[in-house]
Design a protein around this ligand. Structure first.
Ligand SMILES: Cc1cc2nc3c(=O)[nH]c(=O)nc-3n(C[C@H](O)[C@H](O)[C@H](O)COP(=O)(O)OP(=O)(O)OC[C@H]3O[C@@H](n4cnc5c(N)ncnc54)[C@H](O)[C@@H]3O)c2cc1C
Length: 365
């Protein structure tokens, strides 16, 4: 089995294939394993049941969502058995269940168990089969992002720099179908330029308090979705579509003390300021404001993973437009789209589930 990508989906597939006695070669374009998983908060989670998943992500494929609900817990036990270190036994969100892993520890455990060769700096040759596309989505390719997501300004890439739609292009040339939600992405509001946002600070610099702020565009117009969803994915997508793909978050004294995922809004604002981001006094914006605000924080839409992509079935087989499986071609992780459409779901969870399924499909052949 040939696997493109040594991130979450590719490594899970490689380990499962090895357990099932299939020889694998993993090609990793980058210089290290782990992909975006290594940069992530590493909370792997699911909604409580398939109905809740569909309610939260109404444009997602119900069959793929059901597969995540049914197979994720087995995936958790499997990762624990591989020695992946769990740092939290819960997600801290009543809508979801899951585990938080240590990202370096999870990467190390998977690489150790995969054992077989990982060829760094390489992409799979043409015409190899069976081939699993696990290249991590197309957020790193500005042309594909312009074509499908169509932001109104430059998005900040909040992901590994190698995931540039190689899997998508390869699948399309083999006749693959595309999913719904090609214009959707999961991301976070980040401090806008001139802030310095290096990859090791992607988690720390996220500005997670849009729901507690007045959100204005560059023309001073309020525009946030009403209500803003718990994950704020809808707000980040809305920012991407305003001029410059930027916005101002205005926060008052009360909002500064609100805690979001273990951090106060004040700490997030301070982190933006320390990174060199624009944190102004509201009167410096030069517009009339309702109410009294302490700070205006300039944010840009950061793109973490695309949510649309290659069409697959629940066995990770790539499908054409008519729903027929394409012989010898599989996809998993962010390359495979159509799971979280209309909302947000754990990308690590679907990478785990469909990465493992891809290896099982190859063995069943
Ligand atoms: C800051 C941050 C926080 C996050 N937090 C969470 C979280 O808490 N929970 C969650 O569920 N998700 C989170 N995510 C998202 C999660 O990391 C991704 O959804 C997940 O890693 C997707 O898995 P993947 O295998 O598809 O891609 P990746 O893990 O990114 O792996 C893709 C790999 O493919 C390689 N590659 C690219 N092109 C090629 C090619 N042509 N040939 C060979 N190799 C190639 C890349 O170098 C990379 O190593 C976060 C991401 C980031 C960046």
């Amino acid at each position: 089995m040939h696997i493109a990508g040594a991130g979450m989906a590719g490594l899970c597939a490689a380990v499962r294939a090895k357990e099932l006695g299939v020889k694998t070669v993993v090609y990793e374009k980058g210089s290290r394993p782990g992909g975006s998983m290594l940069l992530s908060s590493c909370v792997v989670w699911r909604y409580l049941d398939a109905d809740a998943f569909k309610r939260e992500c109404p444009r997602g494929d119900a069959e793929l969502q059901r597969a995540v609900i049914e197979r994720l817990d087995e995936g958790f036990e499997w990762l624990r058995a591989l020695g992946a270190p769990v740092v939290w036994e819960e997600t801290g969100n009543p809508r979801t269940v899951g585990l938080r892993f240590d990202p370096q520890g999870l990467t190390d455990a998977l690489v150790r168990a995969a054992g077989d060769e990982i060829r760094f700096g390489e992409e799979p040759p043409e015409e190899v089969a069976p081939l699993l596309l696990a290249t991590g989505g197309f957020q790193g390719d500005s042309e594909l992002v312009a074509q499908h997501v169509a932001p109104a300004g430059e998005l900040l890439l909040r992901a590994n720099r190698w995931s540039r739609g190689d899997g998508l292009r390869r699948a399309l040339s083999a006749g693959a179908g595309l999913t719904a939600s090609m214009d959707e992405f999961y991301g976070r509001a980040m401090p806008a330029p001139p802030a310095a946002v290096p990859e090791e600070r992607f988690v720390e610099l996220a500005q997670l308090y849009g729901r507690h702020a007045l959100v204005l565009d560059e023309d001073g117009k309020e525009f946030a979705p009403d209500p803003i969803s718990w994950s704020e994915t809808d707000l980040v997508q809305a920012i991407a579509r305003r001029r410059g793909a930027t916005a101002w978050y205005l926060v008052d004294e009360e909002a500064l003390d609100v805690e979001v995922r273990g951090r106060s809004v004040r700490e997030m604002v301070e982190a933006a300021r320390r990174a060199g981001g624009e944190v102004l006094l509201p009167n410096e914006l030069g517009i009339e404001l309702p109410g009294s605000y302490r700070y205006a924080v300039h944010v840009v839409a950061g793109i973490t993973t695309t949510l649309g992509g290659i069409r697959i079935d629940s066995r990770a087989r790539v499908l054409d437009d008519s729903g027929e499986a394409i012989e010898g071609l599989l996809a998993a992780g962010a390359d495979a789209g159509g799971i979280a459409g209309g909302g947000y779901a754990s990308g690590l969870a679907s990478a785990l589930v469909f990465g493992r399924s891809a290896a099982e499909t190859v063995t069943a052949r």
